[in-house]
Design a protein around this ligand. Sequence first.
Ligand code: GEK
Length: 243
Amino acid sequence: MSQTDNIFSIPLDKIDSFSFDQQVVQVFPDMIKRSVPGYENIINSIAVITQRCAVDNSNLYDLGCSLGAATLSMRRGLSDKAGCQIISVDNSSAMVESCKQHIHAYKSDIPVSVLQDDICNIKIENASVVVLNFTLQFLTPEKRLSLLTNIYNGLLPGGVLVLSEKFIFDDPKSHQLLIDLHLDFKRSQGYSELEISQKRSSLDNVLISDTVEQHYQRLQQAGFQHNDLWYQCFNFGSILSIK
Ligand code: GEK
């Protein structure tokens, strides 16, 4: 069972950079659901996207899998496919440990390999669906294009990338309103002003967001010609890119 996220609820003398350690793993399902508006919609829709876009005898990748929520959703979407396997990758050992237990708690004949590695080291091949669900934003910006190029090259024709991210916006008024709406969402989920501000400091320089336009440009540079938002809630959203 996931515990309630109260990591930032007491005043901290020193706020360390956010990291996906054991303390975060223990509260992660609660943390992401209460911090990312639309997270559950996106997870549930990944099954629907998988059902339509996965093909028999292909690989599916969940890059930055955390506890495997998107992996389990992809696996639900594969029920009528044959010969598929899912490769789920995260570089946090605490996440990978917990992810393995979580995935193996559910019965299925579809093989899942959970690997502890940097997603930049993974060879993508014979892929029909690749998911980057709120992970690209944690890579240093210089590494993002080569990862997307690797994904494009490893996708089969017609294969898809689901790229979910926190966005920034060029228009200052829209940007401020969408940020404020996100903060209201966090307040409505029971986070205090102290928790919100300490978490924000901890994510400084760790989570680096782009505009939707910057994502489209980078995806095009990587080779993707068909890129569109299929979901957005405030400053969080998800792009579907088709090879
Ligand atoms: C979900 N997708 O529940 N290589 C591998 N893993 C990485 C790297 C990297 N270079 N950088 C960060 N991570 C999940 C949620 S969380 C998003 C993804 C969030 C991992 C990191 O360890 C963490 O588990 C995940 O990416 C980001 O659908 O917490 O906002």
